[in-house]
Design a protein around this ligand. Structure first.
Ligand SMILES: *Cc1c(COP(=O)(O)O)cnc(C)c1O
Length: 214
């Protein structure tokens, strides 16, 4: 990460440790080394691990697709939801964010180039969704999250990262709370950082290969 940000002349991005399929002990181990922010893909999986880790005061990000019927539990369990891609989900998260907690940080997941994926809003929907989120008292819009088409050659993902950066710059001009562009994973974080990522989401390169699901 430092090499990539030095080469690009940018500040180093935040590191989100993606802990899906990893046990609570593995998460605690990384927390001992100073890692603070962890990403999970499923609400239920996070619910199973979080109680054992509560004393560590970690910051939890939801990075998997969120169904509306899980919005209440997500609004209770997470500090950030990175996958807000529709009005109804934003409204549900706002409604269910517990009053005693700080505002829920949200990223708009935007689908810049992956026709095969049904997740993420279209680029031309970002501005209106951002406006709606900005009107919700219990949500804080922090920026954008993207998952480009996983082309085998990571260089082929560069145009998607670049388009995300352009959308991010436009959004930053319209809302002061916007400071986060979440893009880049283990195999393409160098390209994402070169194109302006402020947060990278890394699982395999931190924890090793994920155990295969039974
Ligand atoms: C699993 C996952 C990651 C991390 O992927 P690695 O290749 O293990 O670094 C990042 N973002 C999302 C949305 C993921 O689902």
């Amino acid at each position: 990460m430092e090499n990539a940000s030095d080469a690009a002349g940018r500040p180093s991005p935040r590191l989100l440790a993606v802990s899906k399929t990893q046990c609570a002990e593995a998460i605690a181990g990384l927390a001992t080394l100073g890692q603070h922010a962890f990403g999970e893909n499923y609400v239920q999986e996070a619910a199973a691990k979080q109680p054992a880790l509560q004393a560590l005061g970690l910051e939890w990000h939801l990075i998997g697709h969120l169904q509306s019927n899980k919005a209440k539990e997500a609004a209770q369990r997470f500090d950030w939801v990175q996958t807000v891609d529709r009005d109804s989900l934003a409204l549900a998260l706002n409604r269910h964010r517990p009053p005693e907690r700080e505002c829920l940080n949200v990223l708009i997941q935007v689908n810049v180039d992956d026709e095969a994926s049904k997740h993420g809003c279209r680029p031309d929907q970002v501005a209106a969704l951002a406006r709606l989120i900005g009107e919700q008292p219990r949500l804080q819009l922090r920026g954008l999250m993207v998952i480009p088409t996983p082309h085998a050659d990571v260089e082929d993902r560069r145009p998607a990262f670049r388009q995300a950066r352009q959308l991010f710059d436009a959004l930053r001009g319209s809302q002061a709370s916007v400071d986060t562009l979440s893009m880049g994973m283990s195999d393409d974080l160098e390209v994402a950082i070169a194109e302006g990522a402020t947060m990278v989401r890394v699982g395999t390169a931190l924890f090793g290969a994920r155990p295969r699901k039974a």
